[in-house]
Design a protein around this ligand. Structure first.
Ligand code: 1GP
Length: 246
């Protein structure tokens, strides 16, 4: 079974899927292991691994380590082609469709494609939409794109629909890591009402209540990074909140 099918089955079974994002750059070997073991025992459905910047050369080693101690899928959440390696179970093959920077719309993807083929990593086509979460996200700087203002529902909906019509299997509403405001319920609801593919929501989700609200508004997959980096013990509570429709 493909990882994508597994993810969709999980969404059906649990009402929504909870994904923990591990940034290999912000972790040493011990904290990576703690995080993965905690995810294994807390009902987390998958791990995303990736980050906008890598400050050392240990990314491959860390992904290998994550894969060796994880009993849930390890999915590459690409910050760039340099983080590509064969140890992931699958990857979000993303295009920053909210932006107008050709390099992140198609350039990186062209560089990555032959390498992905050679590695045999499963690809999940994903339309990535950057929303302004009020914190000036790293993605904004690195991709050289402007986020869509949170209150521009019409613009966001149009981008999500365009992504779906281009064949994206997932639409990702991203407020950016450490966002001051997570994606609003109103925006989630509006996008969910027009698209047929599952909606991923991440960025600035700091409590189980906010995670649950996003699910009730229509998110199929919730991603958190920072909150788990700050307090590992919240993992189970967050998983339970995301699974509120079970
Ligand atoms: C994944 O960028 C997010 O979509 C992660 O954001 O670190 O704010 O949870 P946080």
């Amino acid at each position: 079974m493909s990882i994508f099918t597994h993810l969709i089955d999980t969404v059906k079974k649990n009402g929504a899927a909870y994904v923990v994002l591990i940034d290999p750059d912000k972790n040493d070997e011990n904290s990576i292991q703690d995080r993965v073991l905690k995810a294994n025992e807390s009902g987390v459905d998958a791990l995303f691994v990736g980050g906008s910047l890598m400050m050392d050369t240990k990314c491959v080693e860390r992904v290998k380590l994550i894969k060796s101690c994880s009993n849930i899928p390890v999915i590459f959440f690409p910050g760039g082609v340099g983080q590509l390696n064969p140890y992931y179970d699958a990857m979000l093959f993303m295009s920053v469709i909210s932006g107008r920077n050709p390099h992140y719309l198609i350039g990186e993807q062209v560089i990555a494609a032959p390498l992905v083929k050679d590695m045999g990593v499963e690809t999940i086509p994903t339309g990535y939409i950057l929303i302004d979460g009020g914190a000036g996200s790293t993605v904004e700087f690195m991709s050289g794109t402007r986020p869509i203002p949170m209150d521009r529902v019409d613009v966001t909906v149009a981008h999500a629909l365009a992504g779906q019509y281009l064949g994206m299997k997932l639409i990702y509403l991203e407020a950016g890591s450490g966002a001051k405001q997570p994606v609003s319920s109103a925006l989630i609801e509006a996008v969910k009402n027009v698209i047929d593919v599952p909606l991923i929501v991440g960025g600035g989700i700091k409590t189980p209540e906010v995670a649950e609200r996003a699910v009730r508004a229509g998110a199929s997959i919730i991603v958190t990074g920072t909150i788990i980096e700050n307090d590992l013990n919240l993992t189970k509570e967050l998983a339970d909140a995301v699974h509120c429709r079970k």
